[in-house]
Design a protein around this ligand. Structure first.
Ligand code: GUN
Length: 296
């Protein structure tokens, strides 16, 4: 029987630890971590995410601000609000929920966020810090994957990790994090993606297979080596007439058929998903406590 990696459990442990550290930071230094959240438009999934992030702040005793702006908000207004938050001392982290409406330039918005408050880790300065091995904010989902591996004592040293997917928010950063000369890195990393045709010749070599391809149940047992660790980052809705909602959530891995071959595997939902918010809260704490070494 494989180990089913329990993201809800690990996330709750991270949050419990942060709650205590937050209490101490307030007591010793009178600092309360603060997170500003921006939502533009009415994307239903984005509303749910932003609300969960706000609630996580409340649970930990963080200060939070939520600005919900209409779909047709001019880009200039978005940039002005970020500018205001950049210089607000109560705010240690700024998160603009993506995707933004089509008339706004996401890169321009990302670049406006001060790197020392970029708790999503999307600013090119933070991506550069990651690549050259400097401290900085690491994107939350990849950071959550490292936390899961650590919790389950899955070693990465010298292991062959294959990453399927090359997005800026998962594939590229997780690959960079895992090959770094660092205790949680030191892996041999291969990145492949769906433009490569049949990728089984790569995935079958993986000791640890990380899948962020955005394709439902794309990874089947014939992609996976016996005894591998499989981390599934995908969240896809597929039709399910048997469910009252008419759909169900599945990952990028065909879980039922792949799981028996693995040493350990993340389920969807309940695997990587719960870690993302926990790591956002951790990044906000690190920003407030000044542990990352940014110039003020
Ligand atoms: N939309 C989907 N995932 C994310 C995320 O991690 N951060 C932000 N800002 N927007 C998202």
């Amino acid at each position: 029987m494989p180990i089913i990696i329990d993201g809800k459990l690990v996330a709750s442990e991270v949050l419990k630890d942060l709650k205590e550290k937050t209490r101490q930071l307030k007591e010793k230094k009178n600092i309360v971590p603060g997170l500003a959240l921006m939502l533009v438009g009415n994307n239903p999934a984005s509303k749910v995410y932003v609300n969960s992030k706000r609630k996580a702040c409340e649970d930990l005793g963080y200060f939070s601000v939520v600005e919900h702006m209409p779909e047709d908000t001019p880009e200039k207004k978005i940039l002005e609000l970020i500018e205001k938050w950049n210089s607000d001392e109560r705010i240690h982290g700024i998160l603009v929920q993506l995707p933004l409406p089509r008339h706004t330039n996401e890169l321009k918005v990302t670049l406006k966020i001060k790197p020392s408050k970029d708790v999503d880790g999307f600013h090119p300065e933070n991506f550069g810090r990651l690549v050259i091995g400097l401290p900085g904010f690491r994107p939350c989902t990849p950071a959550g994957i490292l936390e899961l591996l650590k919790f389950y004592k899955i070693q990465t040293y010298g292991k062959h990790v294959v990453v399927v997917g090359r997005s800026n928010i998962v594939g590229k950063p997780i690959a960079n994090m895992l090959f770094q000369k660092a205790p949680e890195g030191n892996a041999i990393v291969t990145i492949c993606h769906t433009a490569g045709g049949d990728i089984r010749k790569f995935t079958l070599l993986a000791d640890i297979l990380i899948v962020a391809a955005g394709r439902p149940q794309f990874i089947t047992p014939d992609h996976v080596k016996e005894g591998a660790v499989v981390i599934d980052v995908g969240i896809n809705r597929i039709d399910d007439p048997a469910s009252p909602k008419g759909y169900k959530l599945v990952g990028d891995v065909d879980f039922d058929n792949v799981a028996p071959k693995t040493h350990a595997i993340t389920p969807v939902p309940g695997g990587v998903g719960p870690m993302t918010i926990a790591m956002l809260m951790k990044n906000t704490f690190l920003s407030a406590s000044g542990e990352l070494g940014y110039e003020a």
